[in-house]
Design a protein around this ligand. Sequence first.
Ligand SMILES: [Zn+2]
Ligand SMILES: [Zn+2]
Length: 379
Amino acid sequence: MATDYYAVLGVRRDASQDEIKKAFRRLARELHPDVNPDPKTQERFKEINAAYEVLSDPNKRQVYDLGGDPLSATGAGGAGGFGQGAGFGFSDIMDAFFGAAGGQRGPRSRTRRGQDAMIRIDIDLEEAAFGTTKDIQVDTAVRCNTCNGEGAAPGTSAQTCDMCRGRGEISQVTRSFLGQVMTSRPCPQCQGFGTVVPTPCPECAGDGRVRARRTLTVKIPAGVDTGTRIQLAGEGEIGPGGGQAGDLYVEISENPHQIFQRRGDDLHCTVTLPMTAASLGTKVPLETLDGMAEIDIRPGTQSGQSIPLHGRGITHLRGGGRGDLIVHVEVLTPGKLDPEQEELMRRLAKLRGEERPSGQFAPGQQGLFSRLKDAFNGR
Ligand SMILES: [Zn+2]
Ligand SMILES: [Zn+2]
């Protein structure tokens, strides 16, 4: 991401909506083109608008925090390009100058887009590796059938508000630091709708929506991980007044696996080997996500070495192909020797000149770093 929106507004990444709004208002006053027409300032003014558009909208902010670009037309959330955003910014600039409810003209529609909804589901590692489908229960607002979403009781209809004569707003002249300005506020009788509903629908109390439980089948692609969100367009809450439905986001939570630990699209596991097998070399059968595989233990394998099985990990979410399964070897030192085994061990130690070894420092770093190196170099 090229622009750091938090830095543009000068707020911390965990700033509250209130802090973001305050920072934006302060900057908007300072940098507004009417106050400060210098082209550089105007460029900065556009920047703070873009930053505010993203950070003031919890959905866009989340997309941005996850590394997406919520202002691009194709970005998740799909809220349109910058042109639309600039309009949004404008009414908020009016807010910054005149307090809430400036900028809007005419009655507002009773129809609004519904809210997005989110639901979390648990899946197993195997399901994440190869993809799956899940039935989920969602409990959201749906259109009220009694009033067909319009909010008026059957046989009645909304009527023009007599206080604002259907304009939805009441105008007045106020003084501001720019001089006398005509401002308007929403009509208190109709809340700015321009119409009143004398007899609300008894089923939905005039909201146009009722809650209902539905079952949806969700296709979960291979390669998802904890935190991955799948967007189901139009499956969120229906809007007030029968407005367009929001989107439903399904957030994945992956259950830990008993054997395999996932890091990115690679899987890691540990196998234990007797010292003799590690020294002499052997073949070991191993259960993988694709069934049984055989791993080749070369003679002289050390504890901590790792053996990658290419393409036996998780499917990449984008671009196809799969990660690796990395098998870490742990060599077991034999204990509880019987007299014959002890005799053999002593003989072996003598033959190898290891009867009185001095403690040698191992070269380089041990542990995770060398194991990672092994993984890259193919052990
Ligand atoms: Zn209704
Ligand atoms: Zn009114």
